[in-house]
Write a protein that binds this ligand. Structure first.
Ligand SMILES: CC(C)(COP(=O)(O)OP(=O)(O)OC[C@H]1O[C@@H](n2cnc3c(N)ncnc32)[C@H](O)[C@@H]1OP(=O)(O)O)[C@@H](O)C(=O)NCCC(=O)NCCS
Length: 151
């Protein structure tokens, strides 16, 4: 939550409820949303990764969150690559973005492994005073990029 909540602290139960509702509701409102990442062998829930575009976002984002016990195994990069492909092929996007807090080094590494590049800095509705890095990749860039590490 250090990089996900507005104040860097764990969410209250009410804020968590709002977050769950927005995550599930996004599917109903937009017809797509974050996917559950499941480890095939154990069936364990690993995290949530996928395309989403909440109100106030500058574009369609592919976002990633992995349970900490599964960090360092490449799951975020693997699942995000699938989500980017889904956004270009199924959602017919021309470009996807990823919005990352400046200090979130692990997340920046995921974006860079995927071939995303830094485009600009932005503010987001729920954290208007924070500087958020906007990474992006276009469909054209995605199609020509060698991505051994992401596939
Ligand atoms: C951001 C986040 C998803 C990154 O998770 P991660 O485990 O570092 O990323 P990946 O799953 O892509 O794993 C990459 C790491 O696994 C290693 N790895 C091991 N096996 C691998 C494989 N087969 N393929 C790719 N990488 C592999 C890589 O070397 C890399 O390690 P390193 O960063 O120490 O060099 C995770 O830290 C997280 O959920 N953070 C909290 C939520 C958050 O901040 N979300 C992003 C908001 S913008």
């Amino acid at each position: 939550m250090q990089f996900l909540s507005p104040d860097g602290k764990p969410l209250t139960r009410f804020q968590a409820w709002q977050g769950f509702s927005a995550t599930v509701g996004h599917w109903a409102l937009r017809g797509f949303g974050l996917f559950a990442v499941i480890e095939k062998q154990s069936g364990d829930f690993v995290g949530r990764i996928g395309p989403w575009h909440p109100e106030g976002w500058p574009g369609l984002e592919v976002g990633w969150t992995i349970r900490s016990k599964y960090w360092g195994r490449g799951f975020a990069t693997e699942a995000a690559a699938m989500a980017i492909e889904f956004a270009f092929s199924n959602l017919r996007q021309e470009k996807v973005i990823s919005l990352i807090t400046e200090a979130n080094v692990r997340s920046i590494r995921v974006a860079e492994r995927l071939g995303e590049t830094r485009e600009c800095t932005i503010a987001l509705p729920h954290v208007p005073n924070a500087t958020i890095l906007q990474y992006r990749i276009t469909k054209e860039e995605w199609r020509v990029l060698p991505r051994q590490s992401a596939r």
